[in-house]
Design a binder for this molecule. Structure first.
Ligand code: BGC
Length: 353
């Protein structure tokens, strides 16, 4: 295992560095200090051909201009939407920046994705990033300190561990916003097979704010068994749920507990043989089909449920995305990559037919 550092670019006079962790097989991940973004995850297909399976940009200006796509970034303090950009906590009304249809999404312009993080430690397989977000940034209470450790391994496991601590009680629901296409070099991301470990979701209104109901998934959203993403897209105009969001953009409930290292979803390409399992201690996962990017790649974003601050006393909405003053909280997201050879692929196709 080894790590290489280089200057990636400058933004408004500030240097942005890139760190590449390469494993013994030649697979590598590249992370930049702007938003701790995963710029590349380069993995072999079943024939050994290396391909970058996440969407990234070649310079900082493009990352900054395409701000609303959050390419590869850690987003927060609150990933997803908060209705009317306000919530009450401990009897206080907190007002956040409005950045989408009267609501708040993904932490605002001053969110984690636009911070240039410091690198405070390197080993041969891990990078530690740290930053501080000041009290009142985008309306969020408390000075928040964060430490984020990325580790890549020889068996192609990429782990993100985020430790946070704040000098006031605050809302906190960060995620990683990478767009995956395991299918490359075939560009059709909708050929990917997806399985999600939950059969309930949070329906939403035309602004994609949850209505408050928790429902069983209709057939088009049923990923409890593997199916190709494109099978749903083909029928989406007939289904109000997918028509509102112009494709898949749904939060699935996996659990109502914060449990370590739980499997949330599996993405798989029969064409390339690449497979990715997403593990996290988060209770839900947002499956976003890249609807505004011509479905070029898809996001699987572990998180607490969208707008959950407006459902604080409801058991089906637990656990809540809050952290207590001076307590250290840990969040983790792990992507476990593997390769299906020809015989594994045949076995897989037999199990789904
Ligand atoms: C959201 C989408 C949004 C996208 C880019 C996703 O996390 O679910 O609704 O369009 O991020 O901002």
């Amino acid at each position: 295992m080894s790590i290489q550092k280089k200057l990636f670019d400058t933004l408004n006079g500030n240097e942005i560095f890139s760190y590449t962790i390469t494993n013994d097989s030649g697979a590598f991940v590249e992370i930049i200090t702007l938003g701790c973004r995963l710029k590349q995850i380069v993995l072999p297909d079943r024939n050994g051909n290396l391909e970058n399976i996440v969407l990234g940009c070649n310079n900082a200006a493009v990352y900054f201009e395409s701000d609303s796509e959050y390419f590869g970034a850690i987003v927060g303090r609150y990933a997803n939407r908060i209705k009317n950009a306000t919530y009450n906590y401990n009897g206080k009304e907190i007002k956040l920046t409005v950045n989408e249809n009267g609501n708040h999404i993904h932490g605002g312009k001053g969110g984690f994705h636009n911070i240039i993080w410091d690198v405070t430690n390197l080993t041969d397989s891990s990078i530690t990033f740290e930053t501080m977000q000041a009290d009142g940034t985008e309306g969020f209470p408390g000075n928040l300190k964060m430490k984020l450790i990325y580790t890549f391994s020889n068996d192609n496991v990429l782990k993100m561990e985020l430790f946070a601590n704040c000098d006031q009680d605050t809302i906190f629901n960060p995620t990683n916003h990478s767009y995956f296409n395991l299918n490359l070099p075939n560009p059709d991301a909708n050929l990917q097979f997806l399985k999600i470990e939950g059969n309930k979701y949070t329906p939403f209104d035309k602004e994609l704010i949850p209505t408050g109901e928790i429902c069983n998934v209709p057939e088009i959203l049923d990923f409890t068994n593997f199916k190709r993403i494109g099978d749903g897209i083909a029928m989406m105009k007939d289904v109000p749920d997918l028509d509102l969001s112009n494709g898949y953009d749904h939060n699935f409930i996996i659990s109502n507990e914060k449990k370590e290292n739980k499997l949330l979803a599996t993405l798989l390409s029969v064409e390339s043989g690449r497979k990715m399992e997403v593990y996290s201690n988060y209770p839900g996962v947002q499956f976003y089909g890249g609807n505004h990017l011509n479905f070029k790649a898809i996001c699987l974003e572990p998180q607490c449920f969208p707008d959950s601050a407006h459902h604080q006393d409801e058991p089906e909405w637990q656990p809540m995305p809050f952290i207590k003053k001076n307590e250290i909280e840990k969040y983790e997201i792990t992507y476990k990559f593997s390769i299906l050879n020809d015989s594994d692929t045949n076995d897989f196709l037999n199990t789904i037919s």
